[in-house]
Design a protein around this ligand. Structure first.
Ligand code: P5A
Length: 440
């Protein structure tokens, strides 16, 4: 992409309404624009990052055998009356009436809708296990939408739902989801710690939230610092193996880690004092096992091997996809701007032409641009007639992993500069070596 033809409305001033760094940087970098309180338009740069996160979430879900679908945002109130949640959900639910006076709502989550799909099409244990998921917009009329996309009213969620014959099978699905989430967050460059939590309006007793530690997080958390030494890495795992998935859950939940809702002082105080930590965290996901809470009242039954009709055991599993954009920035930025992990960066490399209009500089930039694009690095070429300082500031703000700086003086000496955003480390080398390094 050539910056002269792109739409990157960066702001010079720091927006006064933004209280936390990720919100400020997302506004300044022209990633989002508020449409109404807690509702945002995703501008090109923000949308690219959102899509890259979605891609990783899809890959990790499908790796575990979970099947993508797409359910609507608008749902019928009748389904929610069947589960009993229509009245319970309260003011967070945006209720709508259509022209036929039918009660509708903008879905805050999809347990009812997916249970309805299941009961219409599945009748036998032979179709199980089954996990369906989608990535779709949700609406929750939060009392206090704030911090930009962190606590929005409209937000993008990955939500998955497992259907199993027995509780034991459903707990395997729970453990399997925990593993997929560990892998997903690590690929996004985040350490997200599973913590025992409260199930709230979703229901059930078994639930873990995944928290990214950050001072600006909305949740208060208590944990044994030994848990922060754990990483999943690129271990091979057989998602069908109950033992392997359970072993990962046990490893990652054996240390004390809880949100304030389930915090237990006595258990916490049993940890050696130097490892006892209380901090704040951003909730980037949550998994639930709630058994037959929806299948029983809604009649989602299957015939088991003995020919009896039994309600299926279910759980649901959510990732805050749009919140993750903010969470990644909270975890990875410096005083100059965002520092994207390579896995989600909106462009792989930025090319800065120090003297637009100089024949040698222009030609070298065009050459680099074409080669990097052909190598699949998705370069962003700053070809504007701007001062070098302004170009550098923009590149630092938008946080691409690499910057390739090309100007007449360097070219005369046979060199260009390659700078790593994360460390600021700069190397002077020939254009060929720089391209070889980037495309290696
Ligand atoms: C699990 C999937 C559920 O709704 N039903 C379907 C279950 N869980 S949850 O914990 O309530 O939400 C899942 C994740 O969505 C993100 N999230 C939000 N993101 C931005 N703004 C909000 N207002 C918001 N509310 C929830 C969180 O990351 C949460 O973990």
């Amino acid at each position: 992409m050539r910056l002269s033809r792109y739409f990157l409305p960066v702001l010079k001033e720091t927006p006064a309404e933004a209280q936390i760094v990720s919100h400020r940087l997302m506004l300044r970098a022209g990633m989002i624009r508020q449409a109404s309180a807690g509702i945002y338009s995703w501008l090109p740069l923000g949308y690219k990052v959102l899509r890259r996160i979605e891609d990783i979430v899809h890959e990790e879900q499908q790796r575990a055998g979970h099947i993508p679908v797409l359910m609507p945002t608008i749902q019928s109130a009748d389904l929610w009356r069947e589960s009993g949640r229509y009245d319970d959900y309260g003011q967070e639910m945006l209720r709508i009436r259509d022209r036929h006076e039918r009660d509708m709502l903008y879905g805050p989550t999809n347990e009812e809708l997916i249970t309805d799909i299941f009961r219409a099409h599945v009748g036998s244990y032979k179709a199980l296990p089954l996990t369906l998921y989608h990535i779709q917009w949700k609406f929750r009329d939060e009392v206090r939408p704030r911090f930009g996309v962190m606590r929005g009213r409209e937000f993008l969620m990955k939500d998955g739902y497992n259907f199993d014959l027995t509780k034991e099978d459903a707990l395997h699905a729970y453990n399997r989801h925990l593993v997929t989430y560990l892998r997903t967050y690590e690929r996004l460059g985040l350490q997200a710690i599973p913590m025992r939590a409260d199930s709230g309006p979703i229901g059930g007793d078994d639930t873990h939230e995944f928290l990214v530690l950050a001072e600006t997080g909305e949740s208060e958390v208590f944990y044994d610092s030994a848990i922060t030494d754990l990483t999943f890495g690129d271990r091979a795992i057989d998602y069908d193996s109950r033992e392997e998935c359970r072993a990962v859950l046990e490893e990652f939940t054996s240390r004390y880690a809880r949100t304030d809702e389930t915090h237990d002082e006595a258990l916490f105080n049993a940890i050696p004092e130097e490892r006892r930590k209380s901090a704040r965290g951003i909730e980037v996901g949550q998994i639930f096992y709630f058994g037959t809470k929806y299948s029983e009242p809604m009649g989602a039954m299957v015939t088991n091997e003995a020919g009896e009709r039994v309600p299926v055991h279910m759980g649901s599993h959510g990732i805050g996809v749009s919140r993750l954009v903010g969470a990644i920035i909270e975890a990875s930025h410096d005083e100059k701007g965002i520092v994207w992990p390579e896995s989600v960066a909106p462009f792989g490399v930025g090319i800065v032409n120090l003297k637009q209009g100089d024949a040698a500089a222009d030609a070298a930039c065009e050459d680099a641009y074409a080669k990097l694009a052909a190598a699949g690095l998705d370069p962003l070429y700053d070809d504007r007639e701007e001062r070098a300082g302004a170009k550098f500031a923009t590149m630092d703000l938008i946080g691409l992993p690499w910057r390739l700086t090309i100007g007449p003086r360097g070219l005369a000496a046979g060199t260009v500069e390659l700078t790593r955003r994360k460390t600021g480390e700069t190397q002077e080398l020939s254009l060929e070596s720089a391209l070889a390094k980037l495309t290696a």
